[in-house]
Write a protein of this length. Structure first.
Length: 372
């Protein structure tokens, strides 16, 4: 099917529906990026708050003693049963469980590796005993050094740590009894928690987005139908009129703008029909006159070629009938050969019982009607 023969509704849907799909996909990508950034920012705020709160809650005296143990007695299990350790770690465990933090601990710089763990609220296989050492990514290590040197809270990006996997970390200062920053409180969250939160929120967003997309599609279908159907009807009426069918337009419901076009088309059709009727009447009158003139000429030729015919005596009816048949036959041949005459011309006039008169050379008048 040619594009110009395609229904308007189909054309509009081919334009609007892909546009809606593209916009929906674009908005979905933007929504996902913003959603991910919002969730990540939420975890960053939570990690910063938890690490700062942990660092502020730890008793400096107890922690100083535990730092000394961590440096002198690596991985001492007895140290984790001391009152100092338990008083510090029990609140940290409750915070970790309540706030769904993956790891919560304190650490100091030094040892054979980058840091030494002091307190660790983790229970189970991932627990780091007091005095355990670990290496950190360069950016995280640099952040911890800045915290110990200048204070504040360091937030790392999502980084891979060989022992712990992908983590996002916050580090806040832990002060000694003298007020000096001697350690940092670390709060980590595994990236799987971020992904789970993102997927849950994304699923909700997708459901809402699909419902919105469905609603938009239905709205577009209704709008397109309201606009396209009247336009398509108007196009069909215009083609009908252009094809020569000048019947008046049947009114149909349409928006105001299309209704104005409908009124203009109806007026044009009425004007055109009137003009064509006038031209048809003029053409029929011209053909009628041409037919009468042709009958006159034929009748005159017949009368001139048959002067012996009598139109006054007893044979007048028979003579008149002969003339009628002769004139009608000759005229029929001329009409068939002459494109100027149509079925609206003399033959139709004769068939309808109309007649034409002609004067003979001797002054007598003979009327030619429909051939019997």
């Amino acid at each position: 099917m040619r594009p110009d023969a395609m229904p308007i509704q189909t054309l509009l849907l081919r334009v609007f529906l892909p546009a809606i799909a593209v916009v929906a996909i674009g908005l979905g990508v933007i929504t996902y990026n913003r959603l991910y950034a919002t969730i990540l920012d939420g975890f960053s705020r939570k990690l910063a708050t938890v690490s700062a709160l942990t660092g502020a809650l730890i008793d400096p005296d107890d922690h100083d003693k535990l730092i000394a143990i961590a440096r002198s007695e690596p991985k001492s299990e007895l140290a984790e049963r001391t009152p100092e350790y338990l008083r510090a770690v029990e609140p940290m465990r409750r915070i970790r469980e309540k706030l769904d933090i993956t790891y919560l601990y304190t650490q100091i710089l030094g040892g054979g590796q980058d840091i030494i763990y002091v307190l660790d609220a983790t229970i189970g296989d991932d627990h780091s005993p007091i005095g355990s050492e670990d290496d950190l990514p360069d950016e995280t290590l640099a952040g911890i050094r800045r915290v110990q040197a200048h204070g504040g809270v360091h937030l790392s990006p999502i980084e891979y740590q060989q022992q712990w996997g992908l983590l996002k970390t916050a580090s806040a200062p832990v002060r000694s009894t003298s007020g000096r920053i001697v350690a940092t409180a670390g709060a980590d969250v595994n990236v799987s928690l971020i992904q789970t939160a993102t997927q849950n929120a994304l699923f909700t967003s997708v459901v809402i987005g699909m419902l919105s997309l469905l609603g938009c599609t239905l709205a577009v279908l209704l709008i397109v139908r309201r606009i396209a159907e009247p336009l398509d009807r108007l196009r069909q009426e215009a083609l009908r009129i252009a094809g020569g069918d000048h019947r008046p337009l049947d009114p149909f419901p349409a928006p105001s703008d299309i209704a104005s076009l409908q009124g203009a088309l109806a007026l044009s059709a009425s004007t055109l029909a009137g003009r064509l009727a006038i031209r048809r009447d003029e053409a029929q009158a011209a053909v009628r006159q041409a037919g009468i003139a042709a009958l006159d000429a034929e009748l005159a030729q017949i009368a001139a070629s048959a002067p012996h015919l009598d139109f006054t005596g007893p044979e007048a009816p028979e003579t008149d009938a002969l003339l009628r048949r002769a004139a009608a036959g000759i005229l029929a041949e001329r009409i068939a050969a002459d494109p100027m005459f149509t079925d609206k011309g003399p033959l139709l006039i004769l068939a309808e019982g109309e007649s034409a008169s002609a004067k003979l050379p001797d002054g007598r008048t003979v009327t030619i009607g429909a051939a019997p």
